[in-house]
Design a protein around this ligand. Structure first.
Ligand code: DOR
Length: 454
């Protein structure tokens, strides 16, 4: 008989939604949280209950990713909803918002329906589609935003590309206010970034590669903040990568403009120097390992100065959440010259291990990091999502259990994702997901999980 209940004995339970940080037991029954933090005596363990040892582990609400690419429909050779959601489960993510740069793009209700059906049939975590801002993501005319909202999209974006046209962005923000859904803009001023393949700076100069200046991102963020102020619409800035962008978001928030922002694990932990090879920020000469295309991502990896500013802003709350921008690619898209390679990093399975570096280095507290992976993104999605990032009794049991101190070597061949494109290949991370639960069902568990059935 399948156990109806799961008891996790004695993990450190961190629930950012209620400021809870205790060592105790977590009991799940019929898909919901039944008890959190209370010690469950042996006599009180329900019959037919799976008991999992939480010794030395952290239990928290499942992570919510506002920004990933599942590639289906259209690019199933890079990822599918099945493989992408399995990767999510391995990374501790129980909810994914997927970007609309699919083929066809998510610009009508039929594609939204297709994704929802596929996710229900083949997905192992929750999937929430993001609709296009413009038809076919072409930037010429607005998509049928109302139709998309009725079909169930959770936000709008032309991600991969910005909404270039100022007036379309103005209209989209105005509609976003009526529809109560955010506009997520990938901010890059094309006339500045066109042709660039990495951050403008001394590394790009050394490698002879065309650079993308920080101003390309900052100029469009400044425009969007002005338009958010004009319309009152809900602006969410995707993947911040520069210290100047942090300053703009900080100032806009101080002025009460409705803007939120996200940052990716790679922009918080690695720099453009990784394009020189050697996998660290100390290498300052070009060599045989240079031009590693797994470091090519949009927006690009930037300087240590930018990394520091982004980490501080995340810790402070100027940046509201972490989002992965999981961008899986096939080998052929990356095994080419740096200029020709596709932009993107496969992130879902390394996100926690990367981010835990910041905790181990005392740059951010564990409870704040968990807040930015759970409550932070859910708040941007709105009140309908309030039950997902919490362990409150009676709410759906979306839970991740992880070992904060487990060291492991990144081997992309072990990824569930089809995207093996990570600059972290061969590096050691400290912090690993042990089990992930969606609505009380274990969707990923390590073979090492210690358990018994009562
Ligand atoms: O690096 C990126 N890859 N940035 C984007 O904005 C798009 C993404 C993709 O779809 O591959």
């Amino acid at each position: 008989m399948t156990p109806q209940s799961i008891l996790i004995k004695g993990p450190r339970i961190i629930d950012a939604s209620q400021g809870l940080d205790v060592v105790g037991d977590l009991l799940v029954k019929d898909g919901k949280i039944l008890s959190v933090g209370n010690l469950i005596a042996p006599a009180d363990i329900p019959e037919n209950c799976r008991v999992i040892s939480g010794d030395g582990l952290v239990a928290c609400a499942g992570f919510i990713d506002l920004h990933c690419h599942l590639r289906e429909p259209g690019f199933e050779y890079k990822e599918t909803i099945a493989t992408g959601t399995q990767a999510a489960a391995r990374g501790g993510f129980t909810s994914l918002c997927c970007m609309p740069n699919t083929d066809p793009a998510i610009d009508n209700a039929a594609v939204v329906e297709f994704i929802k059906r596929r996710a229900a049939d083949q997905g192992v975590v929750r999937v929430f589609p993001i609709g296009c801002v413009t038809k076919e993501r072409k930037g010429k005319t607005l998509a049928e935003m109302e139709e998309l909202a009725s079909a169930g999209v959770v936000a709008f974006s032309d991600d991969g590309d910005p909404v270039y046209d100022d007036n379309l962005m103005r209209l989209a923000l105005a509609y976003s206010q009526d529809l109560g859904l955010p506009i997520i803009n990938h901010c890059q001023e094309h006339s500045l970034s066109r042709g660039g393949v990495m951050a403008e700076g001394w590394v790009a100069t050394l490698l002879g590669l065309p650079g993308i200046p920080a101003a390309a991102e900052e100029a469009m963020i400044a425009r969007d903040i002005a338009l958010a102020e004009l319309t009152g619409g809900r602006l969410h800035v995707a993947h911040l990568s520069t210290s100047g962008s942090v300053a703009l978001v900080r100032q806009a928030k101080e002025r009460g403009i409705p803007v939120t922002a996200e940052v990716c694990p790679h922009h918080l932990t690695i720099t453009d120097q990784w394009a020189l090879g050697g996998k660290d920020s100390k290498n300052d000469v070009a060599g045989p390992l240079s031009f590693d295309t797994s470091t090519k991502v949009y927006p690009p990896l930037r300087s240590q100065h930018d990394v520091e500013a982004l980490v501080d802003a995340l810790a402070e709350g100027v940046i509201d959440c972490v989002a992965t921008d999981h961008a899986p690619h096939d080998l052929a898209s990356k095994q080419v010259t740096y200029q020709d390679a596709s932009f993107g990093i496969s992130v879902l399975e390394t996100a926690l291990g990367s981010l835990m570096q910041l905790v181990h280095q005392d740059r951010i507290s564990l409870s704040t990091l968990i807040e930015r992976l759970t409550v932070g993104p859910a708040r941007i999605l709105g009140p309908n999502f309030a039950e997902l990032p919490t362990l409150k009794e009676g709410t759906p049991a979306d839970v991740v259990l992880f070992d904060p101190n487990r060291e492991w070597r990144v081997d992309p061949r072990e990824f569930a994702s089809k995207g093996k494109n990570t600059p972290l290949e061969g590096t050691t991370l400290k912090g690993r997901v042990v089990a992930t639960m969606v609505a009380g069902e274990i969707v990923f568990q390590e073979s090492a999980l210690t358990e018994q059935v009562s």
